[in-house]
Design a protein around this ligand. Sequence first.
Ligand code: SF4
Length: 408
Amino acid sequence: MAANGLLNSKTIYVPYMCDHCYVLVAALKAHGVRAEALPPSDDESLAIGLDLCRGRECLPCFTTTGDIIRRAQQPDFDPARSVILMPTTTGPCRFGQYTALQRNFLEQKGLAGLEIISPNAKNSYQGMGDNPTQLRALIWQGMVAVDLLQKLLYQYRPYEVNLGQTDEIYQQCLERIVIATEAGGGKRTVKALQGAARQFERLPVDRSEPRPVIGVVGEIYLRLNAYSNQDIVRRVENVGGEVMVASLMEWMYFTNWLVKEFTWSMGMLLSFLGMTAVDKYQRYQETKLSQTVAHLLNHPHEPAIGRMLAHIRTYYEPYLGTEAVLSMGKAVDFGRNGVSGILNVMPFSCMPGLITAGMAPRLRADLDHIPWLDVIYDAQEGTNLNTRLEAFMYQATQFQRRRVKVNA
Ligand code: SF4
């Protein structure tokens, strides 16, 4: 397929948030767009970001800024033949300001020619190939596949018999999903997941001592970006837990829900119906893909967003939006599905994260006082995170035992 528009001679660079980034790049390539994932953040990119930012921005701004500049300063990088893909948003949170700020930084660094694009429905996904609708469907399919693969990883790794084997299998399966996406997805992605199911079925595990399950909620970038969250999933596993992380697709369903609520309330019937159709299609794809691994997962399907958000109506109006709504809804959903602790991760001074932390006592009171830990990240390597996690895991283990006794 040939790419369209002004960008067809340029390479689109996608900042790495999580492994879903690789299927996004693969889908772009499948649609004839030159694309490349930026390498994951590291100490160098964080240092660049911190040096440029003033300190009042949030952590994802530091790392994404640093990731862009780090790559742009490499000798093989040609700003005139490159474009950065940086999603944006509207609303109260600072994410909507990242691109404006990053354009300033590029100018400061003599990289004014390097474009930043934020494709969305309003600009008709300019530069995103000739068939943006098909492209979005392909991206969705790939992202759901990676979400499912990560669920397998988190549910199996803590119990593996041979250290490191689950990670190896995960990487192999991820690569197959990426290849399937680049080849156009569809049945290829289904097959890649079926292959993953076979590999996980054969993986030797020892579940004789079930671990307390910890539900991770909070700001999406931090939750999914291992560098920024200081590898929180592994840390919890290292102190004896099993982790369930709120998925990326949950966020997509949430934005669908918000658009549907808005268009319905404004009487925009056509837009409402259009979004309802998108939502239904995405659910259909999710169901089809999750069937391949459902027999291996405790919670293969994403809960309906409307139902999940209804859980929090007594505390907070979901239509107020921001990630606070999702984090609270997911925390209640996790709590009702048997997790033994909630970990709420957030960048320092993150408004939605702080709302969630503020509401935690009320949520916990209705969830049998489930252990809850807010972890705030400010780009400093804290020395006491492990100690706090150990204490939290102790509480979660007690909670798990109490629950088992009550249910016996
Ligand atoms: S959700 Fe929080 S961390 Fe993310 S951009 Fe908004 S304010 Fe910053």
